[in-house]
Design a protein around this ligand. Structure first.
Ligand code: MEV
Length: 437
C-alpha cells in the first residue's frame, strides 16, 4: 500500500495520528498510547506546543537539569541545561565548583553585530552599479523605516549597508551586505524582513533608473537572508588562578596539570580531528543552555563552527596559557541569541529558565552561555589528561544501562553501590544483574 498522502497538514491531530499509526505501525493501539503518554496533562500547554510547528503529534522530551555554583563576574548563578548526554551536567557542576573557589568566571562582550545579505545578479558595468548604489543607499534604508521603528527605539536597527562586488566568485554576482544591531532579540525575523524590503526597493529603483533603462539592464534578486556567520557577535569567557591552585588530589602537581592541559589545547589548536571533538565538548555546555533558554541551537552551532574554521583550518575555540605564575583558560566564540521574541515569551519552561537566570538581557545571556562552554571544556580536558573520560562517563551511563535492562529499584541501588569500585561496561552490568536476580 502506498504511503503517500495529500493534504496531511490539514488533518486534525487525531486524524494525523490515525493515519500515521495505521500506515507505519504493527501494534496500532500501542503506538497511539506511546504518543498520548507524551502529551502534556494541561490541555492549554499541549495546544501551545502543538502550535509551535506543523504536523505536531506529541512532545519529545529532553531532561532539564540545573547546574549550581557558577560564579560569573562576581554574581552567583544556577544554570538551566536541557541535554540528554549523561555526564555533561555533572561535569559542568564540578567545573563550576572548582572555579567558584578560584575567583570564578570573568566575561567580556566583544561585539553584538549581525549580518544579512541581498544576493543579486547585474550584467552591466560595476562602476555604474556602484554609482547607482551610492545615489540610492539612503532610499534603500529609508524604505525599511516602518519595520525598524521599534527596534530603533530600543537602540538597534540597521548599522550599515555596503555593495559588494562578488563577480570574482560568480559571473555578475553582487551583494548588499548589511550589518544590524538587534539589542535583546536574536533578530532573525527583523533582519529578514528588512532584507526582503530592501531587495524589493532595490529592484524597483533599478527598474526606474534611466541609465539602466537605456541599456535594458536590470537587477535580478536571487535571495535575501541573514547570515548565521556572526564573527562580530562575539563573547569571551575566562578563568585564571595561580598554577599551584590547580593541583589534582594525589595525581599531579599544579604545574604538571597546567603543562599537560596547555599541551592538550595546543593539539586542539593545530589538529582538526582533535579540534572538532574538543569544540564538541564546548558545545555540550553551550547547546544545553541555548536550548533551555529557547534559542536556536542550529544557528549557534553553524556560527560557532564556521568561526572555528575562519582561518582556513578548523581549530580550537579555547586557549590556555601561563601568564606569570597564573594559568589562564579562555574561550572566545560568536553567539547570536536573544532574550525577547521567538520562543522566549512562549515556552513555559523557557520562561522558567530565564527567571532562574534572573531574566538576563541578551548580552548577559551570551556571557552565561559562553561560561557554560568554558566550564564544560575545562571538565572534559581535565578528565582526558588525568583519569580519562570513560571513568566518569560510564558511571553516569550506568543508570541508562540499568534502565535499558529494566532493572528494579532494589537492583539499581545494589548496582550503584557495586560499581562505585568496579568498572562499568555493558557486559559487567548485564552480568551483575544476572547474579543479582
Ligand atoms: C563528549 O561528549 C565530549 C568530549 O569528547 C569532549 C572532548 O574530547 O574534549 C569528552
Amino acid at each position: 500500500m502506498s504511503k503517500k498522502v495529500e493534504g496531511f497538514s490539514k488533518l486534525s491531530k487525531a486524524e494525523k495520528i490515525n493515519w500515521i499509526t495505521q500506515m507505519h505501525f504493527e501494534d496500532i493501539p500501542k503506538a497511539k498510547e506511546m504518543l498520548s503518554s507524551y502529551n502534556h496533562i494541561n490541555e492549554k500547554t499541549q495546544n501551545l506546543h502543538d502550535e509551535f510547528i506543523e504536523n505536531s503529534i506529541a512532545n519529545f522530551y529532553l531532561p532539564l537539569a540545573v547546574a549550581p555554583n557558577f560564579l560569573i563576574n562576581g554574581k552567583e548563578y544556577t544554570l538551566p541545561m536541557a541535554i540528554e548526554e549523561s555526564s555533561v551536567v555533572a561535569a559542568a557542576c564540578k567545573s563550576a565548583k572548582f572555579w567558584a573557589s578560584r575567583g570564578g568566571f570573568k566575561t567580556q562582550i566583544i561585539g553584538t553585530q549581525k549580518t544579512g545579505q541581498v544576493h543579486f545578479l547585474f550584467e552591466g558595468k560595476t562602476a555604474h552599479l556602484l554609482s547607482f548604489f551610492e545615489e540610492k543607499k539612503q532610499m534603500l534604508i529609508d524604505s525599511t523605516s516602518s519595520l525598524t521603528l521599534n527596534m530603533r527605539r530600543r537602540g538597534g536597527g540597521i548599522l550599515d549597508i555596503q555593495l559588494k562586488d562578488r563577480s570574482d566568485l560568480i559571473e555578475n554576482y553582487y551583494q548588499l551586505h548589511l550589518s544590524f544591531k538587534t539589542v535583546d532579540s536574536m533578530g532573525g525575523n527583523f533582519i529578514n524582513s528588512c532584507l526582503e524590503q530592501i531587495a524589493k526597493t532595490l529592484q524597483s529603483l533599478a527598474e526606474d533608473h534611466k541609465a539602466f533603462l537605456k541599456e535594458q539592464l536590470s537587477i535580478e534578486v536571487i535571495m535575501s537572508i541573514l547570515s548565521n556567520y556572526v564573527p562580530q557577535c562575539l563573547v569571551q569567557a575566562e578563568v585564571r588562578c595561580p598554577v599551584g591552585k590547580l593541583e589534582v588530589a594525589n595525581q599531579m602537581s599544579g604545574m604538571q596539570f597546567a603543562e599537560k592541559f596547555i599541551q592538550a589545547l595546543e593539539i586542539a589548536k593545530k589538529e582538526p580531528y582533535r579540534a572538532v571533538t574538543h569544540n564538541k565538548g564546548i558545545m555540550n555546555g553551550i547547546d544545553a543552555v541555548v536550548i533551555a533558554t529557547g534559542n536556536d541551537f542550529r544557528a549557534v552551532e553553524a556560527g560557532v563552527h564556521s568561526y572555528a574554521a575562519r582561518e582556513g583550518v578548523y581549530s580550537s575555540l579555547s586557549h590556555a596559557f601561563l601568564e606569570g605564575d597564573e594559568f589562564v583558560f579562555r574561550l572566545k566564540l560568536p553567539l547570536s541569541i536573544g532574550t525577547v521574541g521567538g520562543l522566549t515569551q512562549l515556552h513555559p519552561m523557557v520562561k522558567w529558565s530565564m527567571e532562574l537566570l534572573g531574566n538576563p538581557n541578551a548580552k548577559n545571556l551570551m556571557e552565561i552561555i559562553a561560561v557554560a562552554g568554558l566550564a564544560q571544556n575545562f571538565a572534559a580536558v581535565g578528565s582526558l589528561i588525568t583519569s580519562g573520560i570513560q571513568k566518569g562517563h560510564m558511571k553516569m551511563h550506568l543508570l541508562n544501562i540499568l534502565n535499558q535492562k529494566q532493572a528494579r529499584d532494589d537492583q539499581k541501588e545494589k548496582a550503584l553501590e557495586f560499581f562505585k569500585t568496579n568498572t562499568v561496561t555493558f557486559k559487567a552490568v548485564t552480568d551483575f544483574l544476572k547474579s543479582n536476580p
